[in-house]
Design a binder for this molecule. Structure first.
Ligand SMILES: Nc1ncnc2c1ncn2[C@@H]1O[C@H](COP(=O)(O)OP(=O)(O)OP(=O)(O)O)[C@@H](O)[C@H]1O
Ligand SMILES: [Mg+2]
Length: 458
């Protein structure tokens, strides 16, 4: 009997289903995201029932103590930055989703990882629904990723891919990309939410059954019929975002969800003609062109498990328009507006008629409030046109009454600063009092922004 089909409209960004087209999704608030899809009318409850009956026979709980963990449950991708972001290698049987803007280097990263995995563990299947085999080969030659054990497949039907893959001996599977593959079980076009969800579920089951890691590449643009991988984030084990400014050669791999490791860990890469190169010392590249002019301050932020030093630049100039311009890149817009207000009210610096620009060098995005003090220092330094001390690192959170609040992991930040060769540090007073270790730095503690402004003026 043919299944009964039903037409619905589904939000392509969150999967919300509506019987008629609507302009704004009531669930996630996305505009113009509804696309007509065909689903089986009776599907959900009936499918669940058959699945339940099927699995009921082989349900067999086991005591937690009887499960053995071996060290080899993680595979090394041979790229240490990627391994670290994954939490020390990729876990067998897990599903890793790597999302990122078009052309950022997703295929490059995974092809390099595929090559390493193939060299170390044996056969790895790389499935591409986007590029022809020759195109992949061209890239592979450029990257020098031509191990014998890389198997390439240009195929988009999930059932075909998995039929072949489950019979063979494989150590990892890469799917480039989840938007281009489709399963016969969902009726809508490839790239739609229901296709992506069904296909991903199949890959998850495959990974768990076979005990090998599966990498899925996903596009994040929300235009046209392509759904963002956000709907997948709940299903998969690990979600990594590959980001970076087109203007820079640096790429940052960030983990936003990880069932087997810390989140917000970052890996830094440089894109070159021969592929992605790991940057082992990110502080050095973010500071490499650091200028000694006014308006530049160096801060130390914690990204995942390590501290990174980076430069924050500010430019304060008299405004020619009635409405002064405020433009902040790499820092939280609301947060910097708040800091400007604190500077005006508590620091008595009149910025009302000034254009203010703030930029984090190197395309890094800082979300930590510990950068407050450096942002303020950069603004004051530019406003007064006084350069800060050479080799000075500044960090601390600023409160609304102009007080400097303590932050976490001071020692780790100071350690990185002295390793890079910094000479001075300005940190919250309360952090200085609690400091246990000795550092090769002249450290000053500040309790309010007025103390900071005084130091900058001296
Ligand atoms: N010869 C080259 N020299 C330097 N960089 C190159 C060269 N060829 C490609 N690149 C870099 O590789 C990037 C493309 O990488 P890749 O194809 O892995 O991206 P992607 O994220 O998979 O893109 P898509 O979303 O289109 O699949 C380009 O944007 C460019 O920066
Ligand atoms: Mg690609």
């Amino acid at each position: 009997m043919k299944p009964k089909l039903k037409r619905v409209f589904q939000c392509q960004s969150c999967g919300y289903i509506s019987p008629k087209w609507i302009g704004k999704c009531p669930d996630c608030g996305a505009w113009n995201s509804f696309v007509e899809e065909v689903i089986e009318a009776e599907s959900i409850s009936k499918k669940a029932e058959t699945a339940r009956l099927k699995t009921l026979e082989d349900i067999q709980p086991v005591p937690i103590s009887s499960i053995k963990i071996t060290l080899s449950d993680r595979l090394s991708t041979g790229i240490s930055e990627l391994d670290r972001v994954l939490g020390g290698g990729v876990v067998r049987g897990s599903l890793v989703l790597i999302g990122g803007d078009p052309g950022i280097g997703k295929s490059t990263l995974l092809l390099q990882a595929t090559d390493n995995l193939a060299k170390k563990y044996g056969r790895v299947l790389y499935v591409s629904g986007e590029e022809s085999l020759t195109q992949i080969k061209l890239r592979a030659e450029r990257l020098g990723a031509i191990s014998e054990n890389i198997l390439l497949l240009s195929e988009t039907l999930v059932e075909k891919i998995l039929d072949w893959a489950s019979e063979e001996e494989l150590n990892a599977l890469v799917v480039d990309s989840i938007q281009t593959v489709y399963t016969e079980e969902a009726m809508s076009a490839p790239g739609s939410v229901s296709q992506i969800r069904e296909s991903a579920t199949k890959f998850i089951n495959f990974a768990k059954q076979k005990g090998i890691p599966v990498f899925l590449i996903g596009h994040v643009t929300k235009e046209g019929a392509i759904a963002g991988p956000r709907v997948l984030e709940h299903l998969v084990d690990t979600v990594l975002y590959f980001e970076g400014d087109r203007g820079y050669a640096y790429r940052i791999l960030r983990s936003v969800k990880n069932r087997f490791g810390p989140t917000n860990e970052i890996g830094v890469f440089e894109m070159t003609g021969t592929g992605l190169i790991e940057v082992e010392n990110p502080s050095l590249i973010f500071l490499s062109e650091h200028s000694q002019n006014s308006g530049s301050a160096i801060t130390a932020t914690i990204e995942g498990t390590r501290a990174i030093l980076t430069e924050i630049q500010a430019l304060v100039a008299p405004s020619n328009f009635g409405m002064p311009r405020r433009n902040f890149i790499g820092v939280d817009y609301q947060r910097v507006n708040l800091l400007v207000a604190v500077l005006e009210k508590r620091g008595r610096i009149n910025l009302a008629g000034a254009d203010i620009f703030v930029n984090v060098v190197g395309g890094l995005k800082i979300t930590e409030p510990s950068s407050d003090l450096a942002v303020i220092s950069a603004i004051v330094s530019s406003f007064r046109d006084i350069p800060l001390h050479e080799g000075m690192v500044i960090f601390g959170e600023v409160g609304l009454s102009g007080e400097i609040r303590a932050i976490s992991q001071t020692e780790m930040r100071l350690k990185e600063a002295s390793r890079i060769g910094m000479k001075h540090a300005i940190i919250p007073k309360s952090n200085l009092e609690r400091l246990k270790e000795k550092f090769n730095l002249k450290i000053k503690g500040v309790g309010s922004i007025n103390e900071l402004i005084e130091i900058i003026g001296s």
